[in-house]
Design a protein around this ligand. Sequence first.
Ligand SMILES: C[S@@+](CC[C@H](N)C(=O)[O-])C[C@H]1O[C@@H](n2cnc3c(N)ncnc32)[C@H](O)[C@@H]1O
Length: 219
Amino acid sequence: MTSADGTRLQALLDEQIGYYRAIATEYERHALPFAGATELTAALDAFRPAGSVLELACGQGAWTTRLLRHATDVTAVDASPEMLAIARARTADDERVRFVQADLFGWRPDRRYDVVFFGFWLSHVPAERFPAFWSLVADCLEPEGRVFFVDDAYRTADKLIEGERSSTIRRRLLDGTAYRIVKVPHRPRDLERRLARIGRRIEVRPTSGPFYWGAGSRA
Ligand SMILES: C[S@@+](CC[C@H](N)C(=O)[O-])C[C@H]1O[C@@H](n2cnc3c(N)ncnc32)[C@H](O)[C@@H]1O
């Protein structure tokens, strides 16, 4: 990657953080109105995220509360202080949760975990950062650790400001303010193969809606 490309990508990732900071108070009003979400929670419960769990890009903590049904403790990381404030309120001072404000593209773990979870985050990791992100996941996990994620590939035509093949899309706040963010439309089978190529044994399964989940081990 040239430094000009690197600077452009960093600006996009900064704008993505800016978008999530700005949308925090209206986030739930942008939820996707599709079937399949309950299949994600069922798959997560079947996976049983027990032990010490690390949640990446926790947002408002919707998944954090679900993880706490199984976990001994949860460390939840997000770049947006606005999202984290809502997540803190939602988990009602549960002593088993530790929140960390950090940019995941620079953050390093200070310990290892039994499970790493991320909800609707992988699609926001650009292709250039995909291998490094999965190295981070491995570095966060105990040798026998496991990983689980959920996501979607939903992008409407009006958001594809750089065309169908680009992973840069536009999102708007309710007041119309526009931001560019990354949205990689992974397909479950292709994602599974791509992960296998970088040495990860992860099963990726679609739901009946636009969502998919992935589960696997550290390797
Ligand atoms: C689509 S939301 C998902 C939130 C939550 N996991 C959920 O499923 O509701 C993406 C989250 O990623 C966070 N985020 C964006 N860029 C980030 C970065 N570079 N480092 C850490 N978090 C980031 C945003 O603040 C936002 O909370």
